[in-house]
Design a protein around this ligand. Sequence first.
Ligand code: ATP
Length: 359
Amino acid sequence: MTDSTIDPLSLGAAARPDLSLSGVTKAFATATALHEIDVTLPAGKFSVLLGPSGCGKSTLLRLIAGLDHPTAGAIALGPDRIDHLPPKRRNLAMVFQSYALFPHLNVAENILFGLSVRGVPKPERQERLSRVAAMMGLSELLARKPGELSGGQQQRVALARAVISERPVCLMDEPLSNLDAKLRAEMRSEIRALQQRLDLTMVYVTHDQVEAMTMADHIVVMNAGRIEQVATPRDLYAHPATVFVAGFIGTPPMNLLPRTALPDIPAPAAATTIGIRPEEVAQAGTGHPVSARLRGVEYLGADQIVTLDVGGARLVLRQSGQAPPPADSLSLTVPAPALHFFDHAGRRLPSPSDHFPPT
Ligand code: ATP
């Protein structure tokens, strides 16, 4: 890695540099928010930083953006370190939770603000504005003020402002959290389509696993300032590397039972926890037999969530809403490919599910 200064305008989308972080640590006076983060966020891919509140994902994004500085470590775009550059020289576009639109400027002026500051000539600004406004469905709204727009329209203006900059890397911090559920679902697919169409290197922060699973090429799962796992959504679901990831992904998440609750299931000596996805437990079929007592049923229409007691531990089962109401005492089967084993430190051990690729 060299320590040269990059020219922010020399990197068109064609250069497509990976964004890499090595040994990135951030210590505040009261706490260390990030511990030696090593990760590469590939060019042209949609990377999601996912984790619970306080895990350090916004701090990591702020360090990439240059809004704060790491205590140690390096951040590079391609071969060039950028951690010493001010935000405007990093060749990044940013969209934050608060759209940060100027209330006194109209939509066109808001979208063009960055280009005007950068001194892009007027005819080129107008050409880019009509192209981006058409792409984002904003052509009819250019004369309106932000206060005259819906939340989704304001979000599109914030996105348009990022897109018009034509920067190859785009950072987004929970950009959809102010929207209602329906609009959020629509914007998820719009942002994903835009990222693919423009071949953007996207770094997207969220605590919402559904957002992460539906949008990402790969997900960086964070916990307490450390990376737990970096994987595709399918691989994360099928082969969680830790108990934390297993318990964070999935609705309901993977069942994590003490091995002692399932004494008849053959497991490696080091296994202390056995993981089983709620949809992979059946009431018939081939697999390890397990007897259970009913604790409760939550009917959700298409599905029902059945809570059971197995050897003193809680086991949640997801089955079709069409299934008959379960009896008080049940015989279950757990197929071998459904088994995930974890050691006392919460790390994945070789498991039967390893032999089954994500479907
Ligand atoms: P959320 O989803 O709630 O925004 P997050 O994962 O983005 O959470 P961060 O905002 O990155 O988490 O914060 C990570 C940790 O660093 C937290 O423990 C937070 O209290 C701490 N922290 C963040 N900013 C500062 C600061 N300026 N001074 C001191 N501690 C801070």
